[in-house]
Design a protein around this ligand. Sequence first.
Ligand SMILES: [Fe+2]
Length: 321
Amino acid sequence: MTIARRKFISSLGGLVAASSLPSLAKDDPSLFGARGVYERLNLSYQHVHIGLAKPFSILHISDTHLTESDGRDIEFKREFAEKRRRTFGGRQQAALASSLAWAKENVDYVLHTGDLIDFQTEANLDFVRRCYGEAAGFMFGSTGNHEYQRRLPGEQIRNTSEYNAMSAEALGKAFPFDISFQSTVAGGVNFISIEQTYGFVTEKQVERFHAEAKKGLPMVLCMHVPFYTDHISRAAAKFWRYRGKKFAAMPAVPETLGDVKRQTEDPVTRGFLAYLKGEPLLKAILTGHLHLAVQERFSPTAVQYVVGGNFMFHGQEIFFT
Ligand SMILES: [Fe+2]
């Protein structure tokens, strides 16, 4: 899919104003007192230099964790949605609305790298469908691990391709692109979004990535779970595993667990990482999942930028020059 540089499509103005999406938060003056909608965001700034004739910028957001639910869902899901709404502060829709309103005026495109929803409900999936549908040509993205969480009574969540495959039909109807692998050429840059939710990639994805590389365009890899280089791994461990401990109390190299272990041990992923480190067309990797902002050089030509949680009004504007 190639999308031309253009203004935010007018219907998305309606989306932000909540006229077509009654569930999307309207401007709420109680938030941050008298500060305007554009001052609510907690933004960081990054710069990817490629040597483009025409610079542009994107807003990269991730991990909004919407927790909408209504009478179409079973009681189990409705109760769980309420519990999770409290977990994420209950302002997720306002955070997304503020992000999109700001993006409309300030950037050329929006990238969402997954966990737009916290789990599958009818209202959450409707939201995904309308959000991407109305922002077509402006917003692109990838799924996160939470998009696959069905939260059915008695069903375990598993971090496997087989578990994700159970959601293929539901997510296929909600996301208007191939969630396994999607190329979006914007501003002359090939943004490649892949389903990478548990630390590993598949042979098919690697094959398709090589085909994209043959196009010769600068490439940006967009996915939910980071590739855990040392500093990113250390930051994730410090935030999530060593809570309440000073940095000095951590091991010099945190244990290799979960997504990091899968990434380290899976031969297809190891091979892909080795190839990527030597791929001169790779200009950046954009990820989320950790709910913290961190970055580290990945290869001679690319830095990996992890963006924090959008449920806390965070995002990063990335200049491409
Ligand atoms: Fe996640």
